[in-house]
Design a protein around this ligand. Structure first.
Ligand SMILES: *Cc1c(COP(=O)(O)O)cnc(C)c1O
Length: 355
């Protein structure tokens, strides 16, 4: 349910945009002038407002803080070639996924109009913050959390939906070293791995830190039952090129259905490449690595688009992959996705939403 979608706008007196060094943006440190907020009360979304970005009062008893009843999304807007438009990549897919997360976490659905109108209005207002620097973009973070003042565990009644925006610099794609994790678990069958739910990420920091202490950048997560099958890479989906076939773990309830993953699969199929979404066992991967049949490995996600993997560690052994300069598919897919996102390549799949 949704009230008539009228957004009250309280603008800042003076924009901070001229204080920002757009040539040197770190990820997630700078936020734009405004943020969007909406309240869910008595079964209805209401109080649509855009206010100056800043701290906000939250009850110390909110279940979001105590029990992690909180979900989020992540997407990006890019400046068009003439700089006049913000091009958002596949936002309707993020909207659909947010509602899948909401259902799993016993939170209300976000109507399409609420998601898209708030996005359009906020980005239009903070348009000057969309970086017009090669490789940079405006990171968009919609999120929803329980706003009850009640520390009992039950389905919450009140919720807050918000969007904040952060200009981000180019992701310098230095290839990463990953370790196959066979003790800790990110997500289990029947769990919340397919939802972008806060607690999934909090619990993954410690095992990732242990791997970083050993010189790896992130983990290759495996299934929670027997640690037999590859699932994801850090907070990205993982994809391989083995014997000229693009192979990626099939979606399940312990894998997040990435929009970058889907876009890479769509491109590969469009280019006539053979693709397989199926179970990928650790055993299969390690034996293909030993035989030198793994031509490419990479993470796929909004932050980096494609993060090349240069080394995979397993059982105390490190397997090196061919240098990125010898890889044929992932650099081409990365470039094509960048071109589409910036409006330089035709939008064959209807991925771009213009604001
Ligand atoms: C967000 C996310 C991804 C990537 O999804 P995109 O839509 O491509 O950004 C993959 N895995 C996990 C666990 C994620 O949270």
């Amino acid at each position: 349910m949704i009230d008539t979608m009228k957004i009250a706008i309280q603008q800042v007196n003076k924009t901070r945009v001229s204080e920002i060094d757009f040539a040197n943006l770190a990820f997630g440190k700078v936020y734009t002038d405004h943020m969007f907020m909406a309240d869910y009360r008595e079964g209805t979304w209401k109080n649509f407002r855009i206010v100056p970005y800043g701290y906000m009062p939250v009850s110390p008893a909110t279940p979001a803080i105590h029990y992690g009843q909180s979900i989020f999304e992540g997407m990006k807007a890019y400046a068009s070639a003439d700089g006049n438009e913000a091009l958002v990549f596949r936002p309707m897919d993020n909207w659909k996924r947010m509602n899948i997360s909401a259902e799993r976490m016993c939170m209300p659905q976000i109507p399409e109009e609420l998601f898209m109108e708030s996005l359009n209005t906020l980005i239009d207002l903070d348009r000057a913050w969309v970086p017009n620097v090669e490789g940079s973009s405006l990171y968009i973070r919609p999120f929803m959390f329980s706003a009850d003042e009640y520390i009992g565990i039950r389905p919450s009644l009140d919720f807050t939906f918000m969007i904040i925006l952060s200009p981000v610099g180019p992701y310098y794609a230095t290839p990463v070293k990953v370790k196959i994790e066979t003790h800790y678990t990110r997500a289990v069958q029947g769990g919340t791995g397919y939802a972008k739910a806060g607690g999934n990420y909090g619990g993954a920091i410690y095992p990732a830190k242990l791997a970083q202490d050993k010189g790896y950048h992130q983990l290759l997560w495996t299934d929670g039952k027997n640690h037999e099958y590859i699932e994801e890479s850090g907070t990205m989906n993982v994809m391989f090129v083995i014997d000229d076939v693009l192979v990626t773990p099939a979606l399940s309830d312990s894998i997040l259905a990435g929009i970058t993953r889907q876009s890479v699969l769509d491109l590969a199929r469009h280019w006539g490449m053979k693709t397989e979404e199926r179970k990928v066992s650790v055993k299969e991967l390690v034996s293909a690595l030993e035989q030198g049949r793994v031509q490419e490995a990479f993470g796929a996600g909004t932050a980096a688009t494609i993060a090349h993997i240069e080394l995979i560690g397993h059982d105390g052994k490190d397997y090196k992959l061919p240098p990125v300069s010898e890889r044929k598919f992932s650099p081409r897919a990365f470039q094509e996705l960048e071109n589409v996102k910036h409006g330089k390549s035709p939008d064959l799949f209807g991925w771009i939403h213009r604001i």
